[in-house]
Ligand binder design. Structure first.
Ligand code: ATP
Ligand code: MG
Length: 574
């Protein structure tokens, strides 16, 4: 393929709306072009990289025994009404009507649709297990589309679904997909770590997310270097050995009110008392499924709303508005505390680390006032203690007790045990060998194909541009033809192109009438794994120049034209 025949327009300037390196580079390197916020065109170079990621996903799904199908993006509302998700998906789901006024959704995922398909075909245990998958466009009306392909409104997802006769079978399908995911990301050249994750609406069910570690990641991950425990901060747990919030000299006198005019935040109150934030108990009022609850956490900690939601088994959890806070506490916002709130029957949940806390400072449920010398067990009616905070660096690993580290990650895939949530709703049953009907057990498995492509770039780039791994590069080799008008040089380049293509190496020949500097800059920006320079000067001085994108100039080798193919193949292989 010749550069001059391809639609490639690289850009010098970063796009104004791009916040992270990979987004900037995808646009500058002519991989994608923004159509509107959260909507992108894959340009010819980008399409080639995307197809390579897809091919890896497809190969590994097929290898794992999954069967490819393709379901409509346009999904009738009835499917979603069967599980109640027509309502609960909320504003994230694009909804529309056809000309006959029938309701449809643009699929954000396809559990309902696939269950309906499998249920209509599978009736006997003999047909199970089944794993099906598709690589299909998905739509989500994200609150904040950003970071390019990472969080877009329309994106490409591989979604797979498993159907099994029993829990043991579902377990096997789950781990089969888990291991396929390890292979997919490794083959894409991505360092992706499986981490325990929150089950969301599915409660405590088993799920792992695969995260590409990168500072630009939107998710926080707690990981233990000692034993390998890794979990999304949404669900990461910790041992409490070093964080119990007890007064040092044991016991404390009766609590007393202290006027704290204008001190509302923990920082302000801490400064007022001259004590560290950990000596305080922070109390927040939430509304869970329409009912107010109070939540107490150590002053230096934040409430983990995902854990709170799971603990309360609530559908929705949100911070209360000022009016609700006043009703519950009897005071303006900023003075909530667990001791005698105005609404005496409001449940009060406290972080486990606060069990036994005494001598602490809390809000007094009275304007401009705090209470000191509070003993939670003695002075407050705590409904229950639970793990309710976000883990921090240095917290102790729940498995081995060693200090954990915090990292950032990009969620590129997720595997999920769904149980019978969907198969119950659709009555997706099979007959066992006694001809008795049982409900199928399901799992679902997603890979963000377009997000994965960008995550590769986020993990693999430098100041000059992208450094594609050979497995997913738009072209494995760029051949910079420096003197296209010199017939001898052009012939060597043409022969090499033919040889490379015959050997199954995809090569782009930069035959433009541009200066070498321009060609080298573009080659580095787009990030072809191997650059080959064929020019009159080079040929006279040792031959064809071969350089890997991920190695410095000094590592460049010069070989005679007839040794070039082998040298390029070995540069690609390492
Ligand atoms: P996130 O938490 O990032 O919003 P999710 O957990 O809602 O993602 P899933 O339902 O698990 O996403 O979808 C499977 C995969 O699809 C994700 O792991 C991710 O790689 C990808 N994905 C999800 N939403 C988007 C999006 N808006 N743009 C691009 N890829 C996405
Ligand atoms: Mg997910």
């Amino acid at each position: 393929m010749k550069w001059s025949k391809m639609m490639i327009q690289t850009l010098r300037e970063d796009p104004g709306d791009a916040e992270i390196d990979s987004h900037k580079l995808l646009v500058r390197a002519a991989i994608v072009k923004k159509t509107a916020a959260g909507l992108f065109t894959f340009l010819p170079l980008g399409m080639r990289a995307l197809r390579k990621v897809e091919a890896i996903v497809r190969e590994e799904m097929n290898r794992a025994g999954a069967q490819e199908l393709l379901m409509p993006i346009l999904q009738p509302a009835e499917l979603w009404q069967t599980t109640g998700r027509w309502e609960t998906m909320g504003a994230n789901m694009f909804k529309l009507k056809d000309r006959a006024q029938h309701d449809f959704a643009l699929g954000p995922t396809a559990e309902e649709e696939v269950t309906d398909v499998v249920k209509s075909i599978v009736s006997s245990y003999r047909q199970l297990p089944v794993i099906v998958y598709q690589i299909q466009t998905k739509f989500r009306d994200e609150t904040r589309p950003r970071f390019g392909l990472m969080r877009s409104k329309e994106f490409i997802m591989k979604d797979a679904y498993s159907f099994d006769v029993d829990a043991a079978g579902a377990d096997e399908s789950y781990w089969t997909m888990y291991h396929a995911y390890e292979r997919i990301f490794a083959r894409c050249g991505l360092k992706a770590t499986p981490v325990q994750a929150d089950g969301g609406d599915m409660g405590d069910s088993m799920t792992h997310e695969f995260h590409a570690l990168a500072d630009a990641g939107e998710d926080g991950i707690a990981s233990c270097p000692a034993c390998g425990y890794a979990a999304n901060l949404e669900r990461a747990e910790r041992r409490l050995e070093n964080v119990k919030c007890k007064m040092e000299n044991g016991g404390c006198g009766a609590y007393e009110a202290v006027p704290t005019p204008n001190a509302r935040t923990i920082e302000e109150v801490a400064a007022f008392f001259g004590l560290p934030p950990s000596a305080f108990v922070k109390t927040l009022v939430y509304v869970a499924d329409g009912k107010p609850v109070m939540v107490c956490v150590p002053g230096d900690r934040d409430v983990n709303e995902v854990k709170l939601k799971r603990f309360l088994k609530a559908k929705t959890v949100a911070l209360a508005d000022a009016r609700t806070v006043e009703e519950v506490t009897g005071a303006p916002v900023g003075f909530a505390g667990p001791v005698k709130p105005a609404k005496a029957d409001v449940p009060i949940y406290a972080e486990s680390a606060l069990e036994g806390a005494s001598g602490v400072v809390v809000g007094a449920n009275q304007a401009d006032t705090h209470l000191k010398n509070v003993d939670l067990a003695r002075d407050a009616k705590i409904t229950a203690y639970a793990d309710l905070v976000i883990c921090g660096a240095g917290d102790l690993c729940p498995k081995c007790g060693q200090p954990m580290e915090l990292k950032r990650g990009i969620e590129v895939g997720q595997v999920f045990k769904l149980g019978t949530k969907y198969t119950d709703a659709f009555k997706a049953v099979y007959k066992n060998d006694q001809l008795k009907e049982n409900v199928m057990i399901m799992g679902c498995y997603g890979v963000g194909v377009s997000r994965t492509m960008q995550a590769v770039v986020e993990q693999s780039h430098d100041k000059d541009g992208i450094i594609w791994p050979a497995s997913v590069a738009p072209f494995q080799v760029v051949l910079d033809l420096l003197d296209p008008d010199n017939a001898d040089v052009a012939k060597i380049a043409n022969d090499l192109e033919t040889q490379l293509e015959a050997a199954g190496v995809d090569v782009l020949v930069d035959d433009r009438a541009e200066r070498p500097g321009v060609k080298f800059k573009d080659a580095d920006l787009i990030g072809f794994p191997v650059r080959v320079v064929v020019g009159a000067k080079g040929l006279a001085n040792g031959g064809v120049e071969i350089k890997r994108r991920d190695q410095p100039k000094e590592a460049m080798v010069k070989v005679a034209p007839d040794a070039a193919l082998a040298a390029i193949q070995s540069a690609l292989a390492v």
